[in-house]
Design a protein around this ligand. Structure first.
Ligand SMILES: Nc1ncnc2c1ncn2[C@@H]1O[C@H](COP(=O)(O)OP(=O)(O)OP(=O)(O)O)[C@@H](O)[C@H]1O
Ligand SMILES: [Mg+2]
Length: 588
């Protein structure tokens, strides 16, 4: 038991959290300090009424001396006015500091979010991100401020009210304080009671968010597969678990406030009983007694609500812990201390004995050995799930390999500055992400400072002229979230134009045409051929007509390289998988 109290008093989690958050308060420390200082008189003025009641009762009521009857009410009005003004100022300053802290936390989290490795995004759902990056910050910041304000007000209010108690009667005060401590004690168990439930609540909250996001993003699939009932059922299961959790939370915390209320009522009863006795023995004046009871009621009121406040404070402290867990987590794919800038690529890119796994002991790629000379085109074909995408994703370091080496001009890519490495690589995926905004903005993603001429050139090379001319607003046309207002082929060409503008040495094309019909494929194919000219190209394609002219064709199956060679070499090789694939496609 003493350990529990020690832990509560030391509040290690509180200290750790405040140490984490302090750098965010630091720039606004003067205002934050002012906000706290103002709450001191706000708290202390709580005692004025109680304190004034003793002379009022003893002088005005009992001695019937009316001279004091006019200044006491005026004094009360004056101090209440002052207290209200200060209170408003404190609320405003607190909200200001809080909003600033919340903004800078969110800004830093956003910066961090963009820098996480692919692994982070593989493991987290969008609902999870929304909860942890947005809701948790709000909860942490509001909590922090309310706590600071409530805490200082309560402390100073308590100190001044306890002084009034002591001035009036130390014996009664001793009884009151003992009850007070007894009433607060159950609070020490709150954190333990709610810790695990809260973690599960956050998880379910994120699940709910994910349902919404999937209903939004997947609306066409939902409609075409008639998934309404199934998704409703899943959503209602999640809601049920949220309901159970909130009920568990109430079961464990809801008893605290009523319990405190009961203990405090016992305290008040004891004080009234003992107080009447003291007044009867002339140990206490009637005014002193009224003043004491008023101070006591004023003191117990906040104590009674402390149960809920403390509960809310723990909730926000835990939110803050989650926020700082995220902020303090460091991405594993970063620049090594000795990383050098990659200025240009002179000779070649080499994969040496590359081994990679997504899941421990389940190799996704094994024993990969490849050499690609600058200016060459290398094509990857093979079974679905064979590891082609994984293989090309290792080059821009979306994932780091587990063993072996990937070298550019003999330098390990882990010793190259990440930004300079990625600057040299333009990627066109099968499903390209477009930002909400105009076509221009989406192409300019390729190179921020590109000139109008560069832009024109990119549009022409990606065969977009005709399409853009047909639009009333041309290149300034808004394309909707994720480019929903464009067709598949149009989206694909925006992505190609973007890669053109980047003008990178290496181009990676991952199934860039597989989603298209023949007509759009022909246009996109032309755009792709333009993009491949004079570059080092990694191309993945199911249609072997696309890869025929590559300098090297690599067959990747089950995470291993099965064959390497030119089209002519492989087609004539006995038992070649490429040859059988090729003839199957040719005949169909
Ligand atoms: N982010 C990931 N986390 C875990 N496993 C993954 C991940 N991405 C791919 N895999 C697994 O790695 C293997 C190789 O996948 P990859 O996407 O490289 O195949 P692919 O050859 O590109 O297939 P496709 O031709 O269908 O595009 C697959 O078994 C896949 O399930
Ligand atoms: Mg793939």
């Amino acid at each position: 038991m003493p350990n529990k109290i020690k832990h509560w008093l030391s509040g290690s989690h509180v200290v750790r959290n405040y140490r984490n958050i302090y750098p965010y308060i630091e720039p606004y420390k003067i205002r934050a300090l002012m906000a706290i200082l103002i709450t001191i008189p706000v708290g202390m003025m709580d005692a004025i009424i109680a304190w004034a009641l003793k002379p009022y009762m003893d002088v005005v009521m009992i001695e019937k001396n009316l001279s004091a009857s006019s200044y006491i009410p005026i004094l009360i009005i004056f101090f209440s006015l002052l207290q209200s003004g200060f209170n408003y100022l404190a609320t405003y300053l607190n909200a200001w500091v809080g909003a600033k802290i919340s903004c800078s936390l969110k800004y830093n989290l956003f910066k961090k979010l963009m820098r996480y490795d692919s692994i982070f995004f593989d493991r987290n759902t969008s609902g999870n991100i929304q909860m942890r990056f947005n809701s948790d910050v709000d909860s942490a910041c509001t909590g922090l401020l309310n706590n600071m304000k409530l805490f200082t007000t309560r402390v100073f209010s308590s100190v001044s009210l306890i002084s009034v108690l002591l001035i009036n009667s130390w014996k009664l005060a001793a009884v009151a304080i003992i009850v007070l401590v007894g009433a607060i004690y159950p609070l020490t168990t709150i954190r333990k009671r709610i810790g695990s439930i809260l973690a599960k609540t956050v998880y379910s909250g994120a699940a709910i968010m994910t349902h919404y996001i999937e209903a939004f993003n997947g609306n066409r699939i939902i409609a075409s597969y008639n998934l309404y009932d199934r998704l409703q059922k899943k959503f209602s299961d999640t809601l049920a678990s949220v309901f159970t959790l909130s009920m568990k939370m109430i079961q464990r915390t809801g008893i605290l406030s009523p319990m405190m209320h009961f203990i405090i009522s016992i305290g008040i009863a004891a004080v009234i009983w003992l107080g009447s006795y003291l007044v009867a023995c002339d140990d206490l004046t009637p005014g002193g007694f009224v003043s004491f009871i008023t101070a006591l009621l004023l003191l117990y009121q906040p104590v009674k609500s402390i149960g809920n406040d403390y509960n809310a404070m723990q909730v926000s402290l835990m939110a803050m812990e989650r926020v700082f867990d995220l902020l303090n987590e460091s991405p594993s794919i970063v620049n090594s201390p000795s990383a050098k800038k990659l200025k240009f690529i002179k000779s070649s890119i080499c994969y040496q004995n590359v081994y990679f796994e997504y899941v421990e002991d389940k190799p996704a790629l094994e024993n990969i050995n490849l050499e690609i000379k600058v200016g060459e085109t290398i094509a990857f074909v093979g079974n679905s799930g064979g590891g082609k995408t994984t293989l090309v994703n290792l080059l821009p370091r979306f994932y780091d390999i587990k063993s072996g080496k990937i070298l550019i001009d003999g330098h390990d890519i882990r010793d190259i500055e990440l930004d300079s490495l990625r600057d040299k690589i333009a990627i066109v995926f099968q499903d390209n992400f477009l930002f909400s905004g105009t076509i221009r903005e989406n192409i300019m993603v390729g190179r921020e400072n590109a000139t109008e001429d560069d832009l024109k050139q990119a549009i022409e090379s990606s065969c977009m002229n005709e399409f853009i001319e047909s639009l009333e607003l041309g290149i300034e046309t808004e394309i909707g979230e994720r480019g929903v207002l464009l067709s598949g082929g149009q989206k694909q060409r925006v992505a190609i134009a973007r890669a053109f503008l980047k003008n990178a040495t290496i181009v990676i094309l991952d199934e860039a045409t597989s989603a298209l019909d023949n007509k759009s494929e022909a246009i996109v194919q032309k755009a792709i051929e333009n993009l491949m000219k004079d570059r080092t190209v990694f191309v993945i394609a199911h249609r072997l007509s696309t890869v025929r002219n590559a300098d090297k064709i690599v067959v990747v199956n089950h995470g291993k390289i099965k064959e390497i060679g030119s089209h002519d070499e492989l087609i004539n090789r006995e038992g070649s998988e490429y040859a059988s694939l090729y003839y199957t496609q040719l005949s169909s």
